[in-house]
Design a protein around this ligand. Structure first.
Ligand code: BGC
Length: 272
């Protein structure tokens, strides 16, 4: 059960925010684990604001769990942090366990991620999928605030992450970046990394993204799509090439959403 007495993994972002405001207002160190770096900052979970400048530790996708945990410790030490830590991981997270790792070391698969980071950091730790974290931040404080119905957040980076909300309630680990297209995970064609790797112009890449979004529209009929990840900064260069029915907006937190959302969920789970 989570802190709202709901089945594990289900969070109502709006309610989460209200509860956070009323009883669980706390500062939490949010850490976002990505393919090329770990990024972290202390977050005021009542407002979603960063309390310090984001600190980045470059890593590589081949880094073992132990090395990634060491990089997380660098962030903790940088801020001289002594409180709770929320961590967003790019894979399926069920309770304390990491069940997939498409773009990071395979040693993460099946690993007790919370125990790994708790031992390395010697602090209370709560883990969540990185895109779910980003979605929570946007729905609580950003582009998805007060939006009812189906809201889909997609993050374009090394992989493609998804966070699916219905009336503010998160359906965890939706993993829509792995929808098969031409026999392979969609993210292999449409991630920001794929754009770089294949040297695609914004226009060409946006056409691929459109095909993907059209599939998601057919299946899910979302009322709003929020686009996050570093490439959402450049939305003016590619949104106009997209052919989609659904209103599409850039994330308000851009690529800080993962940090803020990781902190938010930790505030809910650890403040008991
Ligand atoms: C992972 C997701 C993650 C996404 C973005 C995908 O490869 O399977 O869990 O959210 O990348 O990092």
């Amino acid at each position: 059960m989570n802190f709202l007495g709901e089945p594990d993994g289900f969070v109502i972002a709006e309610r989460c925010k209200v509860v956070v405001n009323k009883c669980f207002t706390m500062n939490v160190l949010g850490i976002d684990i990505g393919g090329s770096a770990l990024k972290g900052a202390p977050v005021d979970t009542a407002t979603g604001k960063l309390l310090g400048e984001r600190f980045r530790v470059p890593t590589e996708t081949v880094y073992t769990p132990a090395r990634v945990a060491k990089a997380a410790l660098e962030i903790v030490r940088h801020f001289d942090w002594k409180g709770p830590v929320g961590i967003g991981f790019p894979g399926v997270v069920q309770g304390p366990l990491i069940l997939s790792s498409a773009n990071l070391h395979k040693g993460f698969i099946g690993c007790d991620g919370e125990a790994l980071f708790r031992k390395a950091l010697r602090l209370p730790v709560s883990l969540i999928n990185d895109a779910d974290a980003a979605g929570l931040a946007e729905v609580a404080f950003g582009a998805g605030r007060r939006k009812s119905g189906t809201v889909l957040m997609l993050t374009f980076g090394t992989g493609v992450g998804s966070a699916l909300f219905v009336d503010g309630r998160l359906y965890p680990n939706s993993e829509l970046g792995h929808v098969p297209i031409h026999g392979d995970s969609a993210e292999k064609r449409i991630s920001a990394a794929a754009k770089e790797r294949k040297g695609l112009s914004y226009k060409k890449w946006a056409h691929r993204v459109s095909d993907y979004l059209n599939i998601l529209e057919t299946i899910l009929n979302p009322g709003l799509i929020i686009v996050g990840g570093g490439i959402s900064h450049d939305h003016a260069k590619w949104f106009h090439h997209l052919k989609v029915k659904t209103p599409l907006v850039p994330a308000r937190f851009f690529n800080e959403a993962g940090i803020v959302g990781a902190a938010l969920q930790a505030a809910g789970r650890l403040a008991k």
